[in-house]
Write a protein that binds this ligand. Structure first.
Ligand code: SF4
Length: 479
């Protein structure tokens, strides 16, 4: 194990030294020539997808394409898609209608569908959507330049091969629409869990962890560029495990967290998404040890009832989940917890729904992502169980969950009134350019009046004076 092991610092020191020279490399990539072909990319779904779009941009920029945020002037329109719910795919179909119009106005414009919907539908997408020229799955983005050439030569470009190795570790993402303060770093790809409602294992393939050196190098590069927060991304970060091919030493998620935290005390570290089955006390103790590892955990529960959890194949039951909650509260008392909740899963009874409500109350989540069950073709649940809960019941249960969570979020935030927090300034608040917005360690958005001399990327101390269920309001205090 690496804890307090000199190699840990050794690794970081080595990377910081070698990084100094590389910083400028990246910038040059964005300055491609004016007559370069332009690509426009829209991203939907999870943070993983937004992070992947930055890989796509980097791959295309490397071969001379230039990114644009203006769809009308682009030569290639790309949409990075989500397939987690039916509604997500409906959104993509609507966007394709818009791209259709652009293509009518500018024949020769290429349209490409990337991500989970491309992977789920494969060739079928080309048959169903005639305007689509490119269909590229999450593991095939290196192939994009070649596929574009195939389309230029009159064909269609499709690659939906799912890899067991690909982690894009050597590709430096091009930061798209970045605030220059916070950035995502994907640490692994795929998922080996087989939650019965989920398409991810089918659209993103088997789990593989990225080389720890390349992750620390990317975090160091971002720090040297002025970023002050990184979020380590994975479908299930707790199952991160990497073996150093030279030394055979193993790096667990707790080790990786420590490696990134040691890049610099001013670089905040967040991560998502945790899995209750795999989250260890070692991870919690590592979080408690470093001030710059944020005190916030996204721990999806999905349901509060053990029978439903078994049907969902979540591999833990209600008591196990509560034990994890207790461990967090014991080891990191000021940690905020959020969750994912699905209502109306196959055969869920009213009593079992009440178990989900009581779990939300017990867990005291600061916020949650809440949805009703949407059957996804090809999943275990779609093959084994009837989607038997009527839509109006699913929706009524979802409303009850949302109402309860909103009350708890309000209560959670009201308790912060009078407290002071270290806040990382991310930019202007949505409502007023006289105010800054930024998050505290607990991942809560804080809005406060600006102060002379402060700018995004800097930390400040804010005293909370008011709160809604979504936002804390405060004022900067000198300490
Ligand atoms: S952990 Fe479960 S819900 Fe999450 S991505 Fe993997 S299979 Fe899907």
């Amino acid at each position: 194990m690496y804890n307090d092991n000199p190699t840990l610092e050794g690794i970081n020191k080595e990377i910081i030294e070698c990084k100094q020279g590389e910083v400028f490399q990246q910038d040059k990539k964005e300055g491609t020539s004016s007559d370069a072909r332009k690509f426009y990319i829209e991203s939907y779904g999870c943070q993983m997808n937004f992070s992947d779009s930055e890989i796509v941009a980097s791959v295309l920029a490397d071969v001379g394409f230039q990114s644009t945020t203006n769809m009308e002037e682009s030569d290639i329109i790309l949409i990075n898609t989500c397939s987690i719910r039916e509604k997500a795919e409906d959104t993509v179909r609507k966007r394709l209608r818009v791209f259709d119009k652009v293509k009518e106005r500018k024949p020769g414009t290429l349209v490409g569908v990337l991500g989970c919907m491309a992977e789920r539908l494969k060739k079928k997408l080309l048959e169903e959507e005639k305007l689509v020229d490119l269909v590229v799955g999450p593991d095939a983005y290196r192939d994009l330049p070649k596929l574009v050439t195939e389309v230029d030569e009159g064909g269609k470009g499709i690659n939906v091969y799912l890899s067991r190795e690909e982690t894009y570790a050597d590709i430096n993402p091009m930061r798209l629409g970045s605030n220059g303060v916070t950035a995502f770093i994907s640490i692994m790809r795929g998922c080996d869990n087989m939650c019965s409602f989920c398409v991810v294992p089918f659209t993103r393939g088997r789990e593989r962890s990225r080389d720890a050196f390349s992750i620390v190098a990317e975090a160091t590069d971002l720090y040297l560029k002025g970023y002050r927060e990184v979020t380590l991304l994975g479908q299930n970060v707790d199952s991160y495990k990497w073996e150093n091919p030279e030394t055979g030493e193993k790096v667990s998620f707790a080790n990786l967290l420590e490696l990134v935290a040691l890049v610099h005390p001013d670089l905040r570290v967040r991560f998502s998404t945790s899995h209750p089955k795999d989250m260890t006390d070692e991870v919690l103790h590592t979080m408690a040890k470093y001030e710059n590892i944020c005190k916030y955990i996204h721990l999806p529960v999905q349901s509060g009832n053990s029978r439903v959890l078994e049907l969902m194949n979540r591999t833990y039951d209600r008591d196990w989940y509560i034990d994890r909650l207790n461990a967090i509260n014991r080891i990191i008392p000021d940690c905020a917890i959020s969750s994912d909740i699905i209502t109306g899963f196959c055969t869920e009874t009213e009593t079992e729904h009440q178990d989900t409500l009581s779990m939300i109350e017990l867990a005291n989540y600061s916020m949650s992502y809440m949805f009703f069950y949407s059957e996804r073709p090809g999943t275990l649940a779609a093959r084994k169980y009837e989607d038997d809960i009527p839509l109006e019941v699913k929706k009524r249960r979802l409303q009850e969950v949302i109402r309860l969570q909103t009350q708890i979020s309000f209560r959670h935030n009201q308790k912060d009134i009078g407290k002071t927090f270290k806040v990382l300034i991310e930019g202007d608040s949505k409502k007023s350019d006289q105010e800054f917005k930024g998050r505290n360690s607990q991942n809560k958005m804080v809005v406060f009046p600006k102060k002379e001399g402060l700018k995004p990327g800097e930390y400040t101390i804010v005293k909370i004076t008011d709160a809604t269920s979504a936002t804390l309001k405060g004022e900067i205090i000198n300490i």
